[in-house]
Design a protein around this ligand. Structure first.
Ligand code: 13P
Ligand code: SF4
Length: 320
Protein backbone atom coordinates (compact mmCIF):
# COMPACT_ATOMS: atom_id res chain seq x y z
CA UNK A 1 0.00 0.00 0.00
CA UNK A 2 1.48 3.38 -0.98
CA UNK A 3 1.44 6.19 1.60
CA UNK A 4 -1.33 7.94 -0.35
CA UNK A 5 -3.41 4.74 -0.30
CA UNK A 6 -2.72 4.37 3.43
CA UNK A 7 -3.86 7.96 4.12
CA UNK A 8 -7.12 7.26 2.27
CA UNK A 9 -7.54 3.92 4.10
CA UNK A 10 -7.32 5.75 7.45
CA UNK A 11 -9.92 8.38 6.56
CA UNK A 12 -13.57 7.85 7.46
CA UNK A 13 -16.17 7.63 4.73
CA UNK A 14 -17.29 11.25 5.14
CA UNK A 15 -13.72 12.51 4.66
CA UNK A 16 -13.16 10.16 1.70
CA UNK A 17 -16.35 11.31 -0.02
CA UNK A 18 -15.53 14.97 0.59
CA UNK A 19 -12.02 14.58 -0.83
CA UNK A 20 -13.09 12.55 -3.85
CA UNK A 21 -15.88 15.00 -4.59
CA UNK A 22 -13.32 17.83 -4.78
CA UNK A 23 -10.90 15.82 -6.94
CA UNK A 24 -13.61 14.88 -9.43
CA UNK A 25 -15.50 18.21 -9.37
CA UNK A 26 -18.65 16.38 -8.31
CA UNK A 27 -21.71 17.71 -6.54
CA UNK A 28 -23.84 15.64 -4.15
CA UNK A 29 -27.56 16.41 -4.28
CA UNK A 30 -29.61 14.74 -1.53
CA UNK A 31 -33.30 14.49 -0.75
CA UNK A 32 -34.58 15.08 2.80
CA UNK A 33 -35.53 11.38 3.06
CA UNK A 34 -31.90 10.22 2.86
CA UNK A 35 -30.05 8.94 5.94
CA UNK A 36 -28.76 11.82 8.16
CA UNK A 37 -25.08 11.10 7.40
CA UNK A 38 -25.81 11.34 3.65
CA UNK A 39 -27.62 14.66 4.12
CA UNK A 40 -24.65 15.92 6.14
CA UNK A 41 -22.10 15.16 3.41
CA UNK A 42 -24.27 16.60 0.60
CA UNK A 43 -23.68 19.96 -1.09
CA UNK A 44 -27.40 20.56 -1.32
CA UNK A 45 -30.35 18.94 0.48
CA UNK A 46 -33.82 19.72 -0.79
CA UNK A 47 -37.21 18.77 -2.17
CA UNK A 48 -37.85 17.58 -5.71
CA UNK A 49 -38.17 21.09 -7.12
CA UNK A 50 -35.04 22.41 -5.43
CA UNK A 51 -33.08 19.35 -6.51
CA UNK A 52 -34.06 19.72 -10.16
CA UNK A 53 -33.24 23.44 -10.07
CA UNK A 54 -29.80 22.59 -8.67
CA UNK A 55 -29.28 19.88 -11.30
CA UNK A 56 -30.12 22.35 -14.06
CA UNK A 57 -27.70 24.99 -12.76
CA UNK A 58 -24.67 23.08 -11.50
CA UNK A 59 -21.27 23.50 -13.12
CA UNK A 60 -19.96 20.26 -11.62
CA UNK A 61 -18.80 17.47 -13.95
CA UNK A 62 -20.54 14.71 -11.97
CA UNK A 63 -23.91 14.81 -10.23
CA UNK A 64 -24.14 12.23 -7.45
CA UNK A 65 -27.84 11.86 -6.81
CA UNK A 66 -28.60 10.73 -3.28
CA UNK A 67 -32.27 10.13 -3.90
CA UNK A 68 -34.34 7.82 -6.09
CA UNK A 69 -34.20 6.88 -9.77
CA UNK A 70 -36.78 9.35 -11.16
CA UNK A 71 -34.90 12.22 -9.48
CA UNK A 72 -31.57 11.19 -11.00
CA UNK A 73 -33.30 10.76 -14.37
CA UNK A 74 -34.72 14.30 -14.13
CA UNK A 75 -31.19 15.57 -13.42
CA UNK A 76 -29.89 13.77 -16.53
CA UNK A 77 -32.72 15.14 -18.68
CA UNK A 78 -31.81 18.67 -17.55
CA UNK A 79 -28.04 18.23 -17.71
CA UNK A 80 -27.31 15.66 -20.45
CA UNK A 81 -23.62 16.58 -20.65
CA UNK A 82 -23.00 15.77 -17.00
CA UNK A 83 -22.41 12.31 -15.65
CA UNK A 84 -25.23 11.40 -13.24
CA UNK A 85 -24.65 8.56 -10.79
CA UNK A 86 -27.07 6.98 -8.31
CA UNK A 87 -25.67 5.02 -5.34
CA UNK A 88 -28.06 2.09 -5.92
CA UNK A 89 -30.22 1.37 -8.98
CA UNK A 90 -32.74 -0.34 -6.67
CA UNK A 91 -33.71 3.13 -5.40
CA UNK A 92 -37.04 3.19 -7.19
CA UNK A 93 -40.44 4.58 -6.23
CA UNK A 94 -43.86 2.91 -5.78
CA UNK A 95 -45.56 5.99 -7.17
CA UNK A 96 -43.46 6.05 -10.35
CA UNK A 97 -44.03 2.29 -10.72
CA UNK A 98 -47.79 2.76 -10.49
CA UNK A 99 -47.81 4.48 -13.88
CA UNK A 100 -46.55 2.21 -16.69
CA UNK A 101 -45.93 4.08 -19.98
CA UNK A 102 -48.04 1.81 -22.25
CA UNK A 103 -51.19 2.09 -20.11
CA UNK A 104 -50.65 5.81 -19.61
CA UNK A 105 -50.24 6.36 -23.34
CA UNK A 106 -53.56 4.59 -23.99
CA UNK A 107 -55.22 6.62 -21.22
CA UNK A 108 -54.05 10.00 -22.56
CA UNK A 109 -54.98 8.98 -26.12
CA UNK A 110 -58.58 8.41 -24.95
CA UNK A 111 -58.65 11.97 -23.57
CA UNK A 112 -56.66 13.85 -26.17
CA UNK A 113 -58.42 17.17 -25.44
CA UNK A 114 -56.95 17.15 -21.88
CA UNK A 115 -53.78 18.91 -20.76
CA UNK A 116 -51.54 16.30 -19.14
CA UNK A 117 -49.94 17.39 -15.86
CA UNK A 118 -47.64 14.85 -14.27
CA UNK A 119 -46.12 14.87 -10.82
CA UNK A 120 -42.32 14.62 -11.11
CA UNK A 121 -42.44 11.21 -9.34
CA UNK A 122 -42.74 9.30 -12.63
CA UNK A 123 -40.42 7.84 -15.27
CA UNK A 124 -38.83 9.78 -18.15
CA UNK A 125 -41.21 7.96 -20.55
CA UNK A 126 -44.22 9.35 -18.67
CA UNK A 127 -42.73 12.84 -18.64
CA UNK A 128 -42.24 12.53 -22.40
CA UNK A 129 -46.03 11.97 -22.69
CA UNK A 130 -46.82 15.07 -20.58
CA UNK A 131 -47.54 18.75 -21.20
CA UNK A 132 -46.29 20.09 -17.86
CA UNK A 133 -44.50 18.48 -14.94
CA UNK A 134 -45.10 19.61 -11.35
CA UNK A 135 -43.82 18.88 -7.85
CA UNK A 136 -45.70 19.08 -4.57
CA UNK A 137 -44.39 22.61 -4.01
CA UNK A 138 -45.70 24.04 -7.28
CA UNK A 139 -48.64 21.75 -8.22
CA UNK A 140 -51.23 24.37 -7.24
CA UNK A 141 -49.60 27.04 -9.37
CA UNK A 142 -49.11 24.70 -12.33
CA UNK A 143 -52.76 23.57 -12.31
CA UNK A 144 -53.91 27.18 -11.98
CA UNK A 145 -51.78 28.13 -15.02
CA UNK A 146 -54.07 26.00 -17.24
CA UNK A 147 -57.07 27.95 -18.64
CA UNK A 148 -60.27 27.16 -16.66
CA UNK A 149 -62.14 25.67 -19.63
CA UNK A 150 -59.32 23.22 -20.48
CA UNK A 151 -59.78 19.73 -18.99
CA UNK A 152 -56.81 18.27 -17.08
CA UNK A 153 -55.36 14.81 -16.58
CA UNK A 154 -53.33 14.64 -13.37
CA UNK A 155 -50.97 11.69 -12.79
CA UNK A 156 -49.70 9.58 -11.15
CA UNK A 157 -50.55 10.51 -7.51
CA UNK A 158 -54.29 10.34 -6.75
CA UNK A 159 -53.90 11.85 -3.27
CA UNK A 160 -52.02 14.93 -4.45
CA UNK A 161 -54.43 15.17 -7.41
CA UNK A 162 -57.48 15.03 -5.12
CA UNK A 163 -55.99 17.64 -2.79
CA UNK A 164 -55.18 20.04 -5.65
CA UNK A 165 -58.57 19.43 -7.24
CA UNK A 166 -60.29 20.43 -3.96
CA UNK A 167 -58.06 23.51 -3.55
CA UNK A 168 -58.61 24.77 -7.08
CA UNK A 169 -62.16 23.57 -7.66
CA UNK A 170 -60.92 21.94 -10.88
CA UNK A 171 -62.47 18.61 -11.79
CA UNK A 172 -59.37 16.68 -12.89
CA UNK A 173 -59.10 13.21 -14.33
CA UNK A 174 -56.83 11.39 -11.85
CA UNK A 175 -54.47 8.49 -12.46
CA UNK A 176 -54.85 5.89 -9.68
CA UNK A 177 -51.29 5.82 -8.32
CA UNK A 178 -49.96 6.34 -4.81
CA UNK A 179 -46.93 6.39 -2.54
CA UNK A 180 -46.67 3.43 -0.15
CA UNK A 181 -44.86 5.56 2.41
CA UNK A 182 -47.55 8.26 2.69
CA UNK A 183 -50.37 5.73 2.54
CA UNK A 184 -48.80 3.87 5.47
CA UNK A 185 -49.97 6.43 8.05
CA UNK A 186 -52.62 5.18 10.45
CA UNK A 187 -55.43 7.64 11.18
CA UNK A 188 -56.39 5.72 14.36
CA UNK A 189 -52.82 5.87 15.71
CA UNK A 190 -52.48 9.52 14.63
CA UNK A 191 -55.63 10.50 16.54
CA UNK A 192 -54.37 8.62 19.61
CA UNK A 193 -50.98 10.32 19.35
CA UNK A 194 -52.70 13.71 19.04
CA UNK A 195 -54.75 12.94 22.16
CA UNK A 196 -51.48 12.24 23.97
CA UNK A 197 -49.95 15.48 22.63
CA UNK A 198 -52.96 17.81 22.21
CA UNK A 199 -50.83 20.94 21.95
CA UNK A 200 -48.89 19.57 18.93
CA UNK A 201 -49.91 20.75 15.44
CA UNK A 202 -50.14 18.14 12.66
CA UNK A 203 -48.37 18.97 9.39
CA UNK A 204 -48.64 16.65 6.39
CA UNK A 205 -47.36 15.98 2.89
CA UNK A 206 -50.09 16.04 0.19
CA UNK A 207 -49.18 12.49 -0.95
CA UNK A 208 -50.97 11.41 2.25
CA UNK A 209 -54.57 10.19 2.21
CA UNK A 210 -57.46 12.64 2.60
CA UNK A 211 -58.33 11.59 6.19
CA UNK A 212 -54.74 12.36 7.25
CA UNK A 213 -54.76 15.71 5.41
CA UNK A 214 -58.01 16.68 7.13
CA UNK A 215 -56.24 16.61 10.51
CA UNK A 216 -53.41 18.89 9.34
CA UNK A 217 -52.84 22.55 10.15
CA UNK A 218 -50.39 22.80 7.25
CA UNK A 219 -50.09 20.74 4.05
CA UNK A 220 -47.08 21.11 1.77
CA UNK A 221 -43.96 19.72 0.15
CA UNK A 222 -41.01 18.66 2.27
CA UNK A 223 -39.41 22.13 1.88
CA UNK A 224 -42.78 23.74 2.59
CA UNK A 225 -43.08 21.75 5.83
CA UNK A 226 -39.58 22.72 6.94
CA UNK A 227 -40.25 26.39 6.20
CA UNK A 228 -43.57 26.26 8.06
CA UNK A 229 -41.90 24.78 11.15
CA UNK A 230 -39.15 27.43 10.98
CA UNK A 231 -41.77 30.16 10.84
CA UNK A 232 -43.63 28.66 13.83
CA UNK A 233 -40.64 27.46 15.85
CA UNK A 234 -42.39 28.27 19.15
CA UNK A 235 -44.98 25.51 18.45
CA UNK A 236 -44.74 21.68 18.54
CA UNK A 237 -45.39 19.35 15.61
CA UNK A 238 -46.47 15.87 14.56
CA UNK A 239 -44.88 15.40 11.15
CA UNK A 240 -46.71 13.26 8.56
CA UNK A 241 -44.15 12.53 5.87
CA UNK A 242 -41.15 10.20 5.52
CA UNK A 243 -39.24 10.28 8.81
CA UNK A 244 -35.90 11.24 7.22
CA UNK A 245 -37.12 14.85 7.09
CA UNK A 246 -36.83 15.11 10.88
CA UNK A 247 -33.04 15.31 10.62
CA UNK A 248 -32.92 18.54 8.62
CA UNK A 249 -36.03 19.91 10.32
CA UNK A 250 -34.54 19.44 13.78
CA UNK A 251 -31.25 21.03 12.63
CA UNK A 252 -33.25 24.08 11.52
CA UNK A 253 -35.30 24.30 14.74
CA UNK A 254 -33.17 22.65 17.48
CA UNK A 255 -35.47 23.72 20.32
CA UNK A 256 -38.78 22.74 18.71
CA UNK A 257 -40.45 19.44 19.70
CA UNK A 258 -41.09 17.18 16.68
CA UNK A 259 -42.74 13.76 16.60
CA UNK A 260 -43.11 11.58 13.48
CA UNK A 261 -46.64 10.49 12.52
CA UNK A 262 -47.26 6.78 13.22
CA UNK A 263 -47.56 4.10 10.54
CA UNK A 264 -50.17 1.30 10.44
CA UNK A 265 -47.54 -1.42 10.78
CA UNK A 266 -45.16 -1.35 13.69
CA UNK A 267 -41.61 -1.00 12.42
CA UNK A 268 -38.27 0.02 13.83
CA UNK A 269 -38.96 3.75 13.88
CA UNK A 270 -42.75 3.55 14.64
CA UNK A 271 -43.03 5.97 11.74
CA UNK A 272 -43.01 5.67 7.96
CA UNK A 273 -39.75 5.20 6.09
CA UNK A 274 -39.16 4.88 2.35
CA UNK A 275 -37.34 1.60 1.68
CA UNK A 276 -36.35 2.91 -1.76
CA UNK A 277 -34.68 6.05 -0.39
CA UNK A 278 -33.02 4.02 2.33
CA UNK A 279 -31.18 1.60 0.02
CA UNK A 280 -28.60 4.37 -0.42
CA UNK A 281 -25.81 4.21 2.16
CA UNK A 282 -22.57 6.16 2.72
CA UNK A 283 -20.57 3.19 1.41
CA UNK A 284 -22.62 3.04 -1.82
CA UNK A 285 -22.35 6.82 -2.16
CA UNK A 286 -18.57 6.57 -1.95
CA UNK A 287 -18.42 3.57 -4.30
CA UNK A 288 -20.56 5.20 -7.00
CA UNK A 289 -18.41 8.33 -6.93
CA UNK A 290 -15.21 6.28 -7.01
CA UNK A 291 -16.30 3.87 -9.76
CA UNK A 292 -18.51 6.40 -11.61
CA UNK A 293 -21.35 3.89 -11.77
CA UNK A 294 -24.17 3.05 -11.85
CA UNK A 295 -24.73 5.89 -14.32
CA UNK A 296 -28.15 7.15 -15.31
CA UNK A 297 -28.82 7.49 -19.01
CA UNK A 298 -31.97 8.49 -20.84
CA UNK A 299 -32.44 7.69 -24.56
CA UNK A 300 -32.10 10.98 -26.47
CA UNK A 301 -35.54 10.83 -28.17
CA UNK A 302 -37.24 10.45 -24.76
CA UNK A 303 -34.96 13.01 -23.11
CA UNK A 304 -35.78 15.71 -25.64
CA UNK A 305 -39.53 15.13 -25.23
CA UNK A 306 -39.35 14.91 -21.43
CA UNK A 307 -37.31 18.13 -21.22
CA UNK A 308 -40.15 20.28 -22.59
CA UNK A 309 -42.66 19.76 -19.71
CA UNK A 310 -39.87 19.97 -17.11
CA UNK A 311 -38.66 23.29 -18.51
CA UNK A 312 -42.24 24.59 -18.53
CA UNK A 313 -42.43 23.73 -14.84
CA UNK A 314 -39.10 25.42 -14.04
CA UNK A 315 -40.19 28.55 -15.92
CA UNK A 316 -43.52 28.69 -14.06
CA UNK A 317 -41.72 28.14 -10.75
CA UNK A 318 -39.34 31.09 -11.08
CA UNK A 319 -41.52 33.35 -8.97
CA UNK A 320 -42.08 30.78 -6.19
P1 13P B 1 -41.01 16.56 -2.19
O1 13P B 1 -39.74 16.51 -1.43
O2 13P B 1 -40.85 17.27 -3.49
O3 13P B 1 -42.11 17.15 -1.34
O4 13P B 1 -41.43 15.06 -2.56
C1 13P B 1 -41.65 14.11 -1.60
C2 13P B 1 -41.40 12.74 -2.11
O5 13P B 1 -42.13 11.82 -1.86
C3 13P B 1 -40.22 12.51 -2.89
O6 13P B 1 -40.18 11.21 -3.29
FE1 SF4 C 1 -41.64 7.25 -4.03
FE2 SF4 C 1 -43.04 7.60 -1.80
FE3 SF4 C 1 -40.52 6.82 -1.63
FE4 SF4 C 1 -41.09 9.33 -2.43
S1 SF4 C 1 -41.49 8.46 -0.42
S2 SF4 C 1 -39.61 7.92 -3.36
S3 SF4 C 1 -43.00 8.98 -3.55
S4 SF4 C 1 -42.19 5.66 -2.57
Amino acid sequence: MSSKEYQIFKMDLKEKITQLKKEKNAVILAHYYQYPEIQDVADYVGDSLGLSQQAAETDADIIVFAGVHFMAETAKILSPDKMVVLPDLEAGCSLADSCPPESFKAFTAKHSDHVVITYVNCSAEIKALSDIVCTSSNALKIVESVPKDTPIIFAPDRNLGKYISKKTGRDMLLWDGSCIVHEAFSIEKLIKLHQKYPDYKIIAHPESEEHILQTATYIGSTSGMINYVKEHADQKFIVATEAGILHKMQQEVPNTKLVPAPAKEDNTCACSECGFMKVNTMQKLYDCLLNERPQIDVPEDIRVKALVPIERMLELSKSL
